[in-house]
Design a protein around this ligand. Sequence first.
Ligand code: GDP
Ligand code: MG
Length: 180
Amino acid sequence: MASPDYDYLIKLLALGDSGVGKTSLLFNFTDGEFNAGFIATVGIDFREKRVTYTSRNGEKSKVHLQLWDTAGQERFRSLTTAFYRDAMGFLLVFDLASEQSFLNTRNWLSQLESHAYCATPDIVLCGNKADLDEKRQVSSERALQFAKEHGLPYFETSAATGENVEESIMHLLDLVMKRM
Ligand code: GDP
Ligand code: MG
């Protein structure tokens, strides 16, 4: 049997309310592009990317990233909860221009606590649409305070400009790899 041409297969899952930019963030990361149109994700979908991971001691490994994309409207349905169990890390996304999506991150966190592979999984919090400055409803201070309370790393991202997209996902990968 042929052995795979990567060292690690890492599955990350993006979650958060519908419309916050999960699909756009993953698309920006894998394809470096942005589409302004709304493409509703039906159920669950995944994108893939090969990256090189460099550990603390400088050792390089080939990582095959599987980025699972959930649909926000499926929030309390069992369809997506099965996928929580397989994911090794979570990108929890809200929209900086939607206070409601920020308030809902609490619900997403409790979903993770009950459905993820363990009660304290690796999670990175992303306040997305940072480019929509004049529409912002959630201040950096407030988001940071929330992130701190829950012990989450926090990034302000933009799928439109690419700001912090790679940084947030690679930070999550780093957390996951430290557990391996
Ligand atoms: P999802 O439901 O969480 O997957 O959200 P989508 O990726 O489908 O994005 C919802 C809408 O927000 C689309 O119209 C996107 O073009 C837009 N969008 C997503 N990310 C950004 C961003 O960072 N900045 C701006 N300005 N629009 C964004
Ligand atoms: Mg989507």
